[in-house]
Ligand binder design. Sequence first.
Ligand code: SF4
Ligand code: SF4
Length: 384
Amino acid sequence: MRHFVPGNDKIVIDSKELQKLFDVLLRHGYTTIGPTLKDQAIILDEISSTDQLPAGWTDEQAGGTYRLNKRNDDAWFGYVITPTSWKPYLHSPAAKFWSAKRNGRGFDVEEDKKEPAKFAFIGVRACELHAIAIQDKVFYGKEFQDSAYVQKRERAFIVAVNCSVAGHNCFCTSMETGPRVTGHFDIALTEIIDGEHHYFVAETGTDIGAEILREVSITPATEEQVQQAEKVVVKTESQITKLLDTTDLKNMLARNLENRIWDTIGKRCLSCANCTMVCPTCFCTNVEDVTDLSGDHAERWRKWDSCFTVRFSYIHGGSIRNSTKSRYRQWMTHKLSSWVDQFGTFGCTGCGRCITWCPVGIDLTEEAAAIRQGEKHVAVDDEL
Ligand code: SF4
Ligand code: SF4
């Protein structure tokens, strides 16, 4: 994996020069993925031009709510966060392992050995860099490695962008994952619109980041420009109001597996699995074998799955987690408790997507707070 080498010098890239960054990355063989407007949302997609960025648009998010609004400027990265993350590009929603063709009484098996894509991600937020680092522990650990993930991850080029606006559902400050970009990038940008001047204060994080930037026109940043970039992040941080108290959170949830709150959530939760699909760290999969009708051709696929489906916990004869209550409890306690035992960090970066895209607006920060509050009441009652 590439080493993070923080650049000492802050530089300025004029907005007109950002197209050159796209061009250089394309010339180096990258498929450039970035934010763009589609289906009344700011989504991630393959883009090759700054004209495709969501200029002048932002997103408003709340529990179960997402809508686009016009900004009063033409910022390209002036939105909170996209509905889906970078996860599908590194951990494919559906990946073919092998196919088999009948050959007489047997089968010829052919492994799927496609050349891995070489992605350049443009506009990665701080919480998303942490999400990628969390998935690295799952797929790129010392003990077990997923070769498809590793190959794509090794080749990925990351252009991070500091957040200039926070949403109602962001709680990265609680998870210590944002809003400031602090590492794991090749180039980091802060977007500034100062009257007529639209530019980016940039820094490099790796040698390859510096190499790519050498082909783009840059100027050294003035002290004032560095200060302006700093103000952008400080302002964003001040907008974050959602909190998740992480004090003893892992143990608190482990102590409360029989709390009655799970019954209440179980009655609200639709078990739709939206939260796991949009989450940048959820990684569960299922393996499916499929054949054509003739029985001459078979394939093995790995597909994203979710702990919210009944079949996910199916083992010889039945599902372990039959109730919605048990499936929600599994998900939330994994994210915020047992993940720490497995990987040494929380499985949550505070991006807020699961809150925005939950059709009934279930909010894990509120549920954790309610459990904590319940414990306080019990403690007070015990004292009386
Ligand atoms: S659990 Fe929710 S807030 Fe946390 S990383 Fe996943 S989607 Fe984001
Ligand atoms: S918590 Fe919300 S998004 Fe997740 S499965 Fe339940 S209803 Fe769906």
